[in-house]
Design a protein. Structure first.
Length: 380
């Protein structure tokens, strides 16, 4: 007998219910949602690289930050490798010692052993030794005296407007003026009101201070109380345009701070065409000093047109001033101008015209005094 499919299905359901089973149809109405498996190969997106601009500058490195310090900070002498010390403990002479700070910044003390002193002041060393003695060997902290018997050599960098920039060795504690003198003195473009000193401390931080040597010159004041230490960087800044109205360059030139001699060249006609006279004059010399340094029969004393040429590094051009030898000799102060290093005195209108014609046709700008000198020598 054939039964309809619906009858067969009802029979199966009834049989399942009689056995206490859930009908199969119920399973078809429920669903189980499994958690999505994590993708172990997924790659996190890379963080975007920030773009630094003047409005969004990169963060400062705290170890390279330059901090403005007061003058008192530059007076402090901090110990380092090469310093020699005398240590005295009055009531306990067994702890007395004469020591040198080694390359690791340490000393060997009697009974106490090795001790690091790098970056400490003499007062801090006294305190440190007294605390160690009181804590380890004595019932109370004793009185301790520490003296600097021989300061370490100091390697200093001198940069900016000095005649011979470079590295120089000093004895620690030398005055700031010593650095200018050993570097050949300041140039005519130096601003002695603005000398920057940078010093790196033991922790890597850098302190900076600006010193004025010009004011003591004109007001008979004492020099800044600042002593050089190893690693100091001295920058003699250039005087800015428009800030030299109250700056007496002529006075500065006659002191011991700028370069002591200047070179002035005299271009004169000769039997073979033209020739140079090289004059080494004291800094602060004037046009009449140049005349006096030449032989009496030199062509400079004849009644020809004379001009002073001076190279201007800011514009790459040449400034010119006509001079009259006879007027200078007879006391015309306006004609007796102060001379500067690398000035060129040209005798003869013909030579002057030749120089300017050549200067107008060159294709590369002249940017240094050396280039100016080569240019003039190339005309001979």
């Amino acid at each position: 007998m054939n039964y309809p499919f619906s009858v067969f299905l009802l029979t199966i359901i009834s049989w399942s219910l009689s056995l206490g089973l859930s009908p199969l149809i119920a399973y078809s109405q429920s669903s189980i949602k499994l958690p999505e498996p994590e993708n172990p190969t997924s790659i996190e997106p890379k963080p975007s690289v920030p773009t630094f601009t003047p409005e969004n500058p990169p963060p400062n490195n705290p170890r390279s930050t330059i901090n403005r310090a007061n003058l008192e900070e530059f007076k402090i002498y901090r110990l380092n490798t090469g310093d020699s010390l005398s240590i005295t403990v009055p009531k306990f002479p067994e702890f007395d010692a004469a020591v040198n700070i080694d390359i690791e910044g340490k000393v060997v003390l009697p009974i106490l052993g090795r001790m690091s002193l790098t970056g400490l002041t003499l007062t801090e060393v006294e305190t440190k030794i007294a605390e160690q003695l009181g804590h380890r060997f004595l019932q109370a902290q004793p009185e301790v005296f520490v003296n600097l018997t021989a300061p370490r050599p100091a390697q200093i960098s001198v940069l900016g407007e000095v005649f011979k920039p470079g590295f120089y060795s000093f004895v620690s504690g030398s005055p700031l003026t010593a650095a200018l003198l050993v570097a050949g003195g300041s140039t005519n473009d130096a601003d002695l009101r603005s000398i920057t000193v940078r010093r790196t401390l033991v922790d890597g931080s850098v302190i900076e201070q600006n010193f004025d040597l010009y004011t003591p010159l004109i007001s008979n004041q004492g020099l800044p109380d600042m002593s050089l230490q190893g690693g100091d960087v001295i920058v003699v800044n250039e005087i800015k345009v428009g800030e030299d109205r109250d700056y007496d360059r002529a006075l500065v030139a006659r002191t011991t701070l700028p370069q002591q001699t200047i070179r002035v060249r005299v271009l004169v006609p000769s039997n073979t065409g033209t020739s140079f006279r090289n004059l080494e004059l004291p800094n602060g010399s004037t046009f009449v000093d140049a005349i006096a340094s030449l032989p009496p029969d030199d062509n400079l004393l004849i009644k020809e047109e004379i001009a002073l040429l001076r190279f201007d590094p800011e514009t790459g051009g040449i400034t010119t001033q006509k001079l009259n030898t006879q007027q200078v000799i007879h006391g015309n102060i306006a004609q007796n101008i102060p001379l500067q290093n690398e000035d060129v005195i040209v005798v003869s209108r013909t030579l002057l015209g030749k120089i300017f014609n050549s200067f107008n046709i060159i294709t590369q700008p002249i940017t240094t005094f050396f280039g100016f000198r080569v240019f003039l020598e190339g005309l001979l």
